[in-house]
Write a new protein. Structure first.
Length: 421
């Protein structure tokens, strides 16, 4: 099997390759192509990835190219992991919303909208070119943020796509460790959207152990996800790490204004990682890769690709997929993040119990924002940007929406053709 990675020069990529090396028996990959326009990054990551495979005794070969068509030709699956504008653009996403006292973050709020506007047209162009070269049967696994909006864009254009995030698998591994259970024995009742989700149950061999987790390990879990223990116990859920931007908005904005932007921290880590990757003596993952983020990214991606291409029985994975009636309060074409049965035919959401209003309201409001955000990304226009921001639960005021729309356009003008006139 040939696996192509668009954005293969990412410092994340060795995590993926390491995961492939560790699953030789279940994922029959013989060629990995890293596609990236940055020659320095793709060569550094590519040569290191090849050493990882050789050290693990895996026979797959790594190739690198800056040509998309060459890279995806003959691919069974294509992973897309892009950051349009790099860490420089991310820094803008994390800082410009502060002019209105709003959260600065690259996947949600005004910063998340900026990233979507930059990225949706690029991802759709890539997907269309993949379809023309690799064929309609090629699976696209989207890891590009904001994952929900990107996946909705891909599915709306008829692409064979599934969206993936590492939040669920990270919590699954955490809970398994706390309970002393086998990872494969833990199933999550994961409910919501990408970066807007709650664990409503933690099933171990069919028994819900969430109450026990909150009772015995609430402090440790709360510290990890940024949520008060008493609140989690009262609600009977564990929220994703990203919900703190909603539930503790003002506190986090105040903190952001005094802390170094995450983009600057990641830039330093990436520079160090690339130097390490260039060391011909290095044949294992460096510890610094853990600072880059994306824990268990490799496991999630490799397992999903295996389910989509392995030809075996359906496997359960938490993915971003069309709603199709799963949540009755959302339109069918909304993209939700839930457990699904995945096989060669795609991902089918597993039915869930009704979502309580305290969660359903925020899900519905954010889904409406995502609809407007995708419209703005596809058609452009400052007023569409402002409309999307006004609908976002983290903005929601006339003056803020207008001010942030102008700041967003000014900060991202080079990436928005409609804004250059």
């Amino acid at each position: 099997m040939k696996l192509a990675v668009v954005g293969g020069g990412s410092t994340y990529t060795p995590e993926l390759v390491d995961g492939i090396a560790g699953r030789r028996a279940s994922l029959d990959v013989d060629e990995i192509v890293l596609i990236d326009p940055d020659t320095y990054r793709r060569d550094a990551v590519g040569t290191f990835s090849q050493r990882l495979l050789e050290h693990a005794g895996h026979p797959a070969r790594v190739h690198t190219t800056g040509n998309l068509e060459e890279g995806v030709d003959g691919a069974t699956a294509v992973l897309i992991q892009l950051r349009v504008g790099g860490q420089r653009a991310r820094r803008g996403d994390e800082t410009f919303p502060h002019v209105c006292g709003c959260i600065g973050q690259e996947t949600t709020g005004a910063g998340g909208l900026a990233k979507a506007l930059r990225t949706v047209p690029v991802v759709l162009d890539i997907a269309e070119r993949v379809r023309k070269v690799a064929g309609d049967d090629t699976w696209i696994v989207n890891f590009t943020n904001p994952v929900g909006i990107m996946t909705r864009a891909l599915l709306a254009e008829g692409h064979r796509a599934v969206g993936l995030c590492n939040v669920a698998i990270h919590l699954q591994r955490t809970f398994a460790g706390l309970l002393g259970a086998g990872v494969d024995d833990v199933r999550l009742l994961h409910t919501g959207l990408n970066h807007l989700s709650w664990e409503r149950g933690v099933l171990v061999n069919g028994v819900d152990r969430l109450p026990e987790l909150l009772d015995r390990h609430g402090e440790a879990i709360g510290s990890q996800v940024g949520a008060p223990v008493d609140w989690m116990r009262r609600m009977g859920v564990v929220p994703s790490y990203y919900l703190k931007y909603y539930y503790a908005h003002d506190e986090l904005v105040a903190r952001q204004r005094t802390e170094r932007p995450r983009a600057d921290v990641v830039s330093d880590v990436e520079e160090e990682l690339l130097k390490i990757y260039l060391d011909p003596e290095r044949v294992t993952k460096p510890e610094q890769l853990e600072q880059r983020g994306g824990a268990y990214y490799s496991e999630a991606a490799v397992q999903l690709v295996h389910a989509l291409t392995g030809g075996g029985p359906a496997e359960q994975h938490v993915v971003n997929v069309r709603n199709d009636g799963t949540f009755g309060f959302l339109p069918d074409d909304a993209v939700i993040e839930v457990p699904a049965l995945v096989d060669g035919a795609g991902a089918a959401p597993i039915p869930q119990s009704p979502v309580p209003p305290r969660f359903a309201g925020l899900i519905a409001a954010t889904t409406a924002y995502e609809h407007l955000a995708l419209d703005a990304a596809l058609r452009g226009g400052r007023d569409r940007v402002a409309d999307a921001l006004l609908a976002h639960p983290l903005v929601g005021q006339y003056a803020y929406a207008d001010r942030l729309a102008d700041e967003l356009v000014a900060t991202n003008r080079e990436f928005l053709p409609w804004a250059r006139g």
